[in-house]
Design a protein around this ligand. Structure first.
Ligand SMILES: Cc1ncc(COP(=O)(O)O)c(C=O)c1O
Length: 398
């Protein structure tokens, strides 16, 4: 057994103080409370809940979410879907456009694979070309062109993505979306499932009133599209979308039937800067980078976690305040280092060798930097390592 594997397996049952640094650590108690709050919210508002697994990329956590009441998971990539399905998660929505023929063949194969388990694959489209390519891949899989053996007549659920304000993927709400839905209906292996209406920009609007107003505009375009679909005698199907910053608004809208929020189980430093809408449950930070002070000077200390340990696209991490670490600011020290200085009005610096906990600015890309997440129960001060959670879909980008 190599040393890294031996170290991880021997960690289980040991104190949180024995975790070597830098390491990605989940406070399992906090994570489970977050999970419970979301499950309760979804039950109370009678809305389906399909968390985004692009956050944790973990089969184990996906299964925990499904056990807590989620209908399945979202993923963003074909390879993430493959990993989830291979791990026994059989209800997977690729909430993204897939265009390459080779990938679409894999999507079609997955559709067949999950059907054997009573599962379902869904995917988003935003172009006529995309519908045509998907239909071709499904048809090829049905006739078994690739391996010469006829396969069963499975269908894939297809959501038409509308751009509700993010300016990323998606057709314009309204008639363009209706045209795509009508096109989907022409193909026997495709089933029009509804609308994908995710607004990424709403998630990080700090002010509650502004966030509500931006989300309300998005909902108007969803409603308009639903009306136009009905005018064509088409049921609008399920409207799916929402993230951790806005999901309570979509849930209350009466138009969204499914929530895709993912980050709430870990809660990064960026989301914590949002003014909390009282209609939204409170979520705790549950994902941390454990780091150690390796150098100390009169003006600053240096820790061993740089941006190879945490993503910095949404800002630098915050130092989590445990007893003696109050009032420290983290500054970029490069790939392998973080610079720590007292926050304004504070004077103390941590000692050489002291352990610190960082709250990542953005959890999704932070998780993708690590092979494993170390699950701790009993808290960060004196807890115990309960399990090692693999980042199964780490690097699954295709
Ligand atoms: C399509 C889609 N749905 C849902 C989410 C989940 O958002 P969050 O992790 O911020 O809750 C994202 C995040 O980027 C997304 O791209």
């Amino acid at each position: 057994m190599n040393k890294a594997v031996a170290y991880l397996s021997e960690l289980i049952g040991k104190s949180v103080h024995d975790i070597d640094t830098p390491a990605l650590v989940i406070d399992l108690d906090a994570m489970k409370r977050n999970l419970g709050r979301m499950a309760e919210f979804a039950r109370k508002h009678q809305v389906r809940w399909r968390p985004h697994a692009k956050l944790h990329k973990s089969i184990l956590l996906a299964k925990m979410q499904i056990k807590a009441g989620a209908v399945g998971v979202c993923v963003q990539k074909t390879s993430e879907a493959e990993i989830m399905v291979a791990g026994g998660v059989h209800d997977v929505y690729i909430s993204n456009e897939v265009i390459a023929s080779a990938k679409l063949a894999r999507v079609a194969a997955l559709t067949q694979a999950v059907a054997a388990h009573g599962g379902q694959i869904a995917i988003a489209v935003d172009s006529l070309e995309g519908v045509s390519r998907l239909a071709q891949a499904m048809s090829d899989a049905r006739t078994g062109i690739r391996n010469g053996t006829p396969s069963t007549a499975t269908v894939i659920d297809v959501f038409v993505e509308i751009d509700v304000g993010q300016g990323r993927c998606g057709v314009q709400p309204g008639q363009d979306a209706v045209l795509l839905a009508l096109e989907i209906r022409k193909h026997p292996a495709l089933r029009f499932a509804g609308l994908q209406a995710y607004h990424g920009k709403v998630q990080h609007v700090r002010n509650v009133q502004e966030r509500r107003m931006t989300a309300a505009d998005a909902m108007k375009s969803v409603e308009l599209t639903c009306e136009l679909l009905k005018a064509q005698d088409m049921a609008p199907g399920l409207v799916t979308g929402a993230g951790t910053g806005s999901f309570a608004l979509e849930a209350a809208s009466g138009v969204y039937g499914e929530l895709q929020a993912g980050s709430f189980i870990f809660m990064d430093a960026d989301y914590a800067q949002n003014e909390r809408d009282p209609v939204q449950p409170h979520f705790e930070h549950a994902l941390f980078v454990k780091t150690q002070v390796v150098s100390r000077h009169a003006s600053h200390a240096v820790c061993d976690a740089g941006h190879k340990s945490h993503a910095i696209d949404s800002g630098l991490p915050q130092v989590h305040a445990l007893k003696r670490q109050e009032g420290l600011d983290y500054f970029n020290g490069g790939d392998e280092h973080g610079i720590l200085r007292p926050s304004s009005g504070q004077t103390g610096l941590p000692d050489l060798g002291q352990m610190l906990w960082l709250i990542p600015g953005h959890c999704d890309p932070t998780v993708n930097l690590h092979d494993v997440m170390i699950g701790v129960s009993g808290g960060l001060k004196s807890g115990t390592v309960e399990r090692i959670i693999r980042v199964d879909a780490r690097g699954a980008l295709t």
